[in-house]
Ligand binder design. Structure first.
Ligand code: F6R
Length: 608
């Protein structure tokens, strides 16, 4: 959460800072701000509450000049979304932008107050600027001042400092929050991720835990946590403009939903052997025959992907699976018996709770494995085995294509485990892989029902509460449908296993509370249809999402029906992600909500 950026440019920094912040806005949009040092060495800043566009408007009336600058887009943690709390924070000759949380800021504030130094904001970040400014006053150089400041900080941070009178200096530091340095031609950049820097450069160095970088236009000197000068690899990060732009779509979410046939095709080509007979996931050193239990841990949509994976691993590989929410797992002191592999799922690879859960499992689990979308992320780097889910940059706050790529990678892993454990013979594996290969085509057909979904979504958008029901492997999809809907349309929604309805939630049913039932033709269809009848018998309108085969027996009495192509049971959870995503998208559009940037949320949750 929060995006930070720094520029030592050849031209004016402000437009570059704003452009980079645009690409980081998915990390938070409570306020935005920039600071620059102009040609006379003067440090100045502009800050505006709300989305980046407000800062851009402010800069039209009150421009900032200078070729050196820093910028920030905020997801508020300490203090409301006000101008005073917006970054950059400034004290004396220094300005700073921060992503993370300074956990000991109260103690530091009290210490500064004893010296008569008062903070202007409610943020944890301001103490960083105040400490650095005090050290500068004491006669330290900027680098000495930053080093002395960093020694005092507890918690997580990615920081970038800018100094009055220093038009060729940025100092960046990383502990717990990611930070990338970009190398241009006689220009240097800093960003929370490579996407932010994509228009400026593709040559990126990722800072490691505890690193500090002293940056001038000539390059970056990097020091590790012990203050030793170190070399960190510079890599070319190719971020295809089409993958990080909207490519003509109205929203990133729409584009990312539409990309799913293509990215699922990428996952399948990467992870199925060319002759179609075996799974070729990068799982070196992991033998599912030696495992007695799999523990899957994640947050949000990634956690729902784990719930779906449980059905596959248990049913096809006969491997017991436990699924946990990272923020619970990390503090529960869960015993991890020998024979357990702990697997962590995260699109960003930076989610604070998932990272902490991974660290808890290290040394206890036989192996730690991660499924990540960002291969350079902390979770990828710190796990024994990291499997990229190959979704490409996901910008919309609501996760869509990362979810289906997580599911597809999990499905392949479950088949691989089943084969290794002798639960699936060669022909059985080949048949399941052939079914998976049908997914891109099935998904393209599913996307074609968008017009019908738009219509029902308009009506659904009038509801105050919505229930989602599914049985067996459709249950996690009911959870995902509810999460997507509440996240972007702000309609209250709950997902339930269909059989659980009569144990409480059925009391909610009335004619104003629609129920979305996910019921493809599978072994549990009749049971789900009975639960659906129970809803309709109580006057509840039902939207049935089904396939052509099940529709004949299931659809009677439903308020509305969406019919997907018939699909093999194994791949149904992946296919059924599409209609629930589109339903949420069109409900949010009908209500005029900001689909890509829903209120109170941020894409990368790097704080607890
Ligand atoms: C929902 C959503 C969130 C994330 C969750 C985990 O649409 O995007 O629930 O799934 O914050 O994020 P990652 O996968 O980055 O760890």
């Amino acid at each position: 959460m929060c995006g930070i950026v720094g520029v030592l440019g050849d031209h004016e920094a402000a437009p570059l800072l704003v452009e980079a912040l645009k690409r980081l806005e998915y990390r938070g949009y409570d306020s935005a701000g920039i600071a620059t040092v102009n040609e006379a060495g003067r440090l100045d800043r502009r800050r505006a509450v709300g989305k980046l566009v407000n800062l851009s408007d402010l800069l039209v009336h009150e421009p900032l000049s200078g070729r050196a600058g820093i910028g920030h887009t905020r997801w508020a943690t300490h203090g409301a979304a006000t101008r005073e709390n917006a970054h950059p924070h400034r004290a004396g000759r220094v300005a700073v932008v921060h992503n993370g949380i300074i956990e000991n800021f109260r103690a530091l504030r009290a210490e500064l107050a004893e010296d008569g130094i008062e903070a202007d904001s409610e943020t944890d970040t301001e103490v960083v600027a105040l400490l650095a400014a005090r050290h500068l006053e004491q006669g330290m150089t900027p680098d000495e001042a930053v080093t002395a400041t960093l020694e005092r900080l507890e918690g997580a941070f990615a920081l970038c400092f800018l100094f009055e009178g220093e038009g060729d200096l940025l100092i960046a530091a990383r502990k717990g929050s990611p930070l990338a340095i970009g190398h241009g031609e006689g220009e240097m950049f800093v960003g929370s991720d490579a996407i932010a820097l994509a228009p400026m450069t593709e040559r990126i160095t990722y800072l490691e835990e505890g690193d500090r970088a002293v940056i001038s236009r000539a390059g970056a000197q990097i020091f590790d946590a012990d203050g030793r000068r170190v070399n960190r690899e510079m890599r070319e990060v190719r971020l295809d403009a089409a993958r990080i732009g909207k490519a003509g779509y109205r929203h990133f979410m729409a584009k990312e939903i539409a990309e799913q046939p293509a990215v699922i095709g990428d996952v399948l080509s990467a992870y199925i052997a060319s002759d179609g007979s075996a799974v070729s996931l990068p799982l070196e050193g992991l033998d599912f025959r030696n495992i007695s239990r799999l523990t899957l841990v994640a947050c949000g949509t990634a956690h729902i992907a784990c719930l779906a994976a449980k059905y596959w691993f248990e049913r096809y590989a006969r491997l017991p699976v436990e699924v946990d929410i990272a923020s619970e797992f990390r503090y529960r002191e869960a015993p991890i018996p020998p024979g357990t592999v702990a697997l962590f799922v995260s699109q960003s690879g930076e989610t604070a709770d998932t990272l902490a859960a991974l660290r808890y499992a290290q040394g206890k689990a036989d192996k730690t494995v991660s499924l990540v979308n960002v291969p350079e992320s902390s979770i990828a780097r710190e796990s024994d085995i990291a499997v990229p889910i190959l979704a490409g940059a996901e910008i919309s706050v609501a996760s869509t294509k990362a979810f289906t790529c997580q599911l597809t990678t999990f499905a392949l892993m479950a088949l691989h485990a089943a084969r290794q454990r002798g639960e699936l013979d060669r022909a059985g594996l080949a048949a399941q892989l052939a079914d998976l290969r049908r997914l891109p085509g099935l998904m393209s057909h599913a996307l074609a029902i968008e017009d019908a979904l738009r219509e029902v979504a308009r009506e659904l958008a009038e509801a105050r509460d919505v229930l989602f029901l599914g049985r067996g492997q459709m249950y996690p999809l009911a959870l995902e449908g509810a999460l997507k809907l509440k996240e972007i349309s702000y309609i209250h929604a709950e997902g339930y296993p269909a059989g659980e309805l009569k144990h409480g939630p059925i009391a909610l049913i009335d004619k104003a509370t629609p129920t979305v039932v996910l019921a493809p033709h599978d072994g549990l269809l009749d049971k789900t249809v009975s639960n659906m009848q129970e809803v309709m018998a109580r006057g509840g309108p039902v939207l049935l999402i089904t396939d052509s085969r099940a529709a004949e027996s299931a659809a009677e009495g439903a308020w509305a029906q969406i019919t997907l192509p018939e699909a093999p049971e194994f791949v149904q959870p992946i296919l059924y992600a599409l209609p629930v995503q589109m339903l949420a998208y069109h409900a949010a559009l009908a209500l005029g909500k900001d689909v890509d940037q829903p209120r109170n949320l941020a894409k990368s949750v790097t704080v607890e």
